[in-house]
Design a binder for this molecule. Structure first.
Ligand SMILES: Nc1ncnc2c1ncn2[C@@H]1O[C@H](COP(=O)(O)OP(=O)(O)OP(=O)(O)O)[C@@H](O)[C@H]1O
Length: 578
């Protein structure tokens, strides 16, 4: 329930709607509570005395009250729906904003598939629980109290039935709710896993088909789908089985009331209309307990969802802003790693260092290349520069200031990155190039595209820079995407340019052209190039050879050929001896 308390703050802006709904429902409940009494009057006064005028007057009163109650009911439901939907929408927006602010470390733990479910299904569960709480809970609660009071007024002796049936229903409800919470947590987890499988499958469809693994994928999907189905069946079974039991209890109550009421009528201590009114109140009371019970089941399901939403709200970004950031950031681009060590943390557990004692300085205008075997830590190293992760030990300085002392946004705005997996968003090619600088002039877009050797192929498309990227637009090759990604990084004119294996899908000749075009641009900034291919880095001012997270050697190409066996080995394996 604490979790709900934390989420309920989102309802605060809509307190008027949330208050108006129950107020209107009071009208509905009061009219409903008056009806059995009027019915009693019709039977015991009108029918018993054959007084048609009493019957007609009471009939008109009943119809009018029903109409007024209906208006109250509709109004209450509409306000409750609005309050719940607006609240849900705000939770969704806040959750999305929160996720945008999380660091890579947080996101490593919360898989994308899980986040999608939290943003969609989990929020919907909470949204519905809010609606039912405002609507059914309050309405049911008021009806329950009102009908018990009216039942006692109508016949205090018959009302003792409540003391018999009430505890049975309450104990049963506690049992059902406890059980459903556990099952519904399983349902949400199943949904998470199903979503992860679907997202992975759809994004890796080519891989699945090329390795002819459709059957394997179908089985994987089938297993999780079956698990989800079984969990949902279990959850619904509990709900479905509990309903007949509750009805049994309600009917037992009615039978008892009719039996004892009938005996009382025979002895003349009760009138028929009085008994009918009592049975009505009894039914209203027991039905509202059932209604509240059903609602508790919905709330128990939503509490599993609320917990998962809360988990995201509670995660604090691992990368934190400095309390007093250094505001002036117009860097020259002198970047210095000082005894940097780094390990990926999983929660509180720290893992083996991926980078150990890295120290080097990159001067403005220099191009630093980072090479090394796969898994040696190249990407991890450059991910530390824009603070995707923070160093575990040591520090990185930009123009002699620790990068953790700059505002994160300002730091990142000065770093242009192009990654190996050149991700493009749906939209036009120019939208993608402009991603980091939406107001860039057309000429600047073209200049960046020319430097990235993208202008040529872009202008060959009928719609040129306005060509849509993706399924309904042009299909771009891996190399073309990489070139657009490089143009995107160049357009922000960053002080630090990072190309992480970003020409791996480009042929050697085009890569040569990109290098030539970049060489002029590189003079104005500090560049880092991560590459598997030696040909990419031959002209770098300095090459850092990483081996198992440590700097094994550093220098330019010629020096390294003489001094570093690892570099020599990489060089020989790719370009051949001599
Ligand atoms: N997000 C992460 N969480 C935990 N471990 C990670 C993460 N990313 C990378 N690693 C681990 O860090 C090590 C270095 O990975 P990294 O990607 O930095 O190497 P790399 O030299 O860039 O490799 P490649 O050339 O294959 O891209 C690997 O052992 C990898 O498993």
């Amino acid at each position: 329930m604490d979790i709900f308390k934390r989420l309920i703050r989102f309802l605060r802006p809509y307190w008027m709607l949330a208050l108006a709904a129950p107020l209107l429902m009071i009208i509905e409940v009061i009219t409903e509570l008056m009806l059995p009494k009027i019915m009693q009057h019709i039977i015991d006064t009108g029918v018993a005395n054959s007084d048609l005028s009493v019957v007609i007057r009471s009939g008109i009163l009943m119809s009018s009250l029903t109409f007024i109650g209906m208006i109250g009911g509709i109004g209450g439901a509409v306000f409750a729906i609005r309050a719940a939907m607006f609240t849900g929408s705000d939770i969704r927006s806040a959750l999305f904003k929160k996720i945008q602010g999380l660091s890579f470390g947080n996101l490593d733990r919360l898989e994308t598939g899980q986040l999608v479910i939290r943003l969609t299904n989990d929020v919907t569960q909470v949204q519905e629980a809010i609606f039912f709480s405002i609507h059914i809970m309050i309405r049911g609660g008021m009806t329950l109290i009102g009908s018990v009071v009216m039942a006692f007024i109508t016949s205090p002796s018959l009302a003792m039935i409540f003391f018999l049936l009430g505890p049975i229903i309450v104990i049963f409800l506690i049992f059902v709710v406890k059980r459903t919470i556990r099952i519904f947590t399983g349902v949400q987890e199943g949904l998470d896993r199903l979503n992860t499988v679907i997202v992975e499958n759809f994004s890796g469809m080519r891989l699945v088909k090329s390795f002819v693994r459709m059957d394997y994928e179908k089985t994987k999907f089938g297993k999780i789908n079956d698990y989800l189905t079984n969990q949902s069946i279990k959850a619904n079974k509990v709900g479905a089985l509990s309903r007949p039991f509750m009805m049994l209890v309600v009917n037992m109550g009615i039978v008892c009331a009719i039996w004892f009421g009938g005996l009382k009528i025979n002895t003349g201590s009760m009138m028929l209309g009085q008994l009918i009114a009592f049975v009505n109140y009894l039914m209203q009371a027991l039905m509202s307990i059932m209604m509240v019970g059903m609602l508790l089941m919905r709330i128990s399901r939503a509490s599993a969802s609320a917990k998962r939403i809360d988990e995201v709200f509670e995660s604090s970004p691992e990368i934190q802003e400095a309390p007093k950031p250094v505001m002036a950031l117009n860097p020259r681009g002198r970047l210095c790693f000082e005894n940097v060590s780094f390990s990926y943390n999983f929660g509180k557990t720290s893992h083996t260092p991926i980078l150990k004692n890295i120290s080097f300085t990159a001067e403005p205008g220099e191009t630093i290349a980072v090479v090394g075997a796969t898994g040696s830590g190249k990407t991890s190293l450059i991910n530390l520069i824009p603070r995707f992760y923070d160093v575990t030990e040591g520090r990185i300085t930009l123009d002699n200031v620790d990068i953790r002392d700059f505002p994160i946004e300002a730091l990142r705005k000065n770093i242009g990155i192009s990654m190996q997996n050149a991700l493009l968003f749906s939209g036009t090619i120019q939208d993608n190039i402009r991603y980091g600088r939406p107001d860039a002039a057309d000429d600047d877009v073209i200049t960046a595209a020319c430097a990235a050797q993208a202008h040529g192929f872009i202008t060959l498309f009928p719609a040129g820079y306005d060509s849509l990227v993706g399924q309904r637009g042009v299909n771009l090759s891996g190399g073309q995407k990489q070139r657009i990604a490089i143009a995107r990084a160049l357009l922000i004119d960053p002080a630090i340019l990072i190309l992480d294996d970003s020409t791996s899908a480009v042929d050697v000749e085009t890569e040569g052209h990109i290098q030539d075009a970049l060489s002029g641009l590189k003079k104005r900034r500090t560049s880092f190039i991560v590459a598997q291919r030696v040909s990419t880095i031959l002209n770098a001012d300095r090459i850092i050879v990483l081996d198992n997270g440590m700097i094994a050697a550093g220098g330019n190409h010629d020096t390294l050929l003489q001094t570093s066996p690892i570099y020599r080995e990489i060089y020989d394996s790719q370009l051949g001896k001599g």
